[in-house]
Design a protein around this ligand. Structure first.
Ligand code: ADP
Length: 157
C-alpha cells in the first residue's frame, strides 16, 4: 500500500522525519508531498523544501518526495495511493485533522487517513516553533535535521 504524507514542511522538523521513518516501516512506499498552498507565505520555496526533505530522508529507501498544487485526493488517485498519513501531536490537532479526513473521504471514497501519534519527545514541535526560535538566533539543532540548521541560519525572516 502506498501512503502520501502531505504537509507544508516549512521547514521539515525532526518530528516530521520521525513520522516518515515510522511510516516507511508500515507502508510499501511513503510519498512526502509538499503542498503548494497559495494562501500561505512560506519561509522556504517549494523547491528548497523538497531539497531539504530529500537530503534528510536519503537513508530511507522507500521514500519519495514531490510537490503538488491541488486536492490531495487527486494526487492520491494519480499515484494510486490509498492512504493519507498524518501526525497527531495533541488534542488541538484533532479537530482540524478529523475535519480534513472526513472531507477527503467525501471527495474520494477510496482514500483512508491514518494517524500516527507523535513520538513523545517531539509532541511540542512544529515548523512555526522552529522558525520563531531561529528568527531570534536560538539553537535549533535538536529540532531539525542537520541540513536544515544551516538553511535557517542563512534564511531571511
Ligand atoms: P500542515 O500545514 O499540512 O499542517 P505541517 O508541515 O505543519 O503541514 O504538518 C504536516 C503533518 O505533520 C501534519 O499531519 C502534522 O500534524 C504532522 N506533524 C507536524 N509536526 C509533527 C511532529 N512534531 N510530530 C509528528 N507529526 C507532526
Amino acid at each position: 500500500m502506498i501512503a502520501l504524507y502531505p504537509g507544508s514542511f516549512d521547514p521539515i522538523t525532526l518530528g516530521h522525519l520521525d513520522l516518515i521513518e515510522r511510516g516507511a516501516k508500515l507502508f510499501e512506499k511513503v510519498i512526502v508531498v509538499v503542498s503548494c498552498n497559495p494562501t500561505k507565505k512560506p519561509l522556504f520555496s517549494v523547491e528548497k523544501r523538497i531539497q531539504q526533505i530529500v537530503k534528510c530522508t536519503n537513508h530511507v529507501e522507500n521514500v519519495e518526495v514531490d510537490s503538488f498544487l491541488g486536492l490531495t485526493v487527486k494526487y492520491a488517485q494519480l499515484k494510486q495511493a490509498q492512504v493519507i498519513l498524518r501526525g497527531l501531536r495533541a488534542l488541538s490537532d484533532f479537530e482540524g485533522e478529523l475535519q480534513m479526513a472526513h472531507t477527503n473521504k467525501t471527495l474520494w471514497d477510496g482514500i483512508e487517513t491514518i494517524f500516527l501519534a507523535t513520538s513523545n519527545e517531539y509532541s511540542f514541535l512544529s515548523s512555526s516553533v522552529v522558525k520563531e526560535i531561529a528568527r531570534f538566533g536560538g539553537a535549533v539543532n535538536h529540532l531539525v535535521p542537520e541540513n536544515v540548521v544551516q538553511d535557517l541560519k542563512n534564511a531571511t525572516f
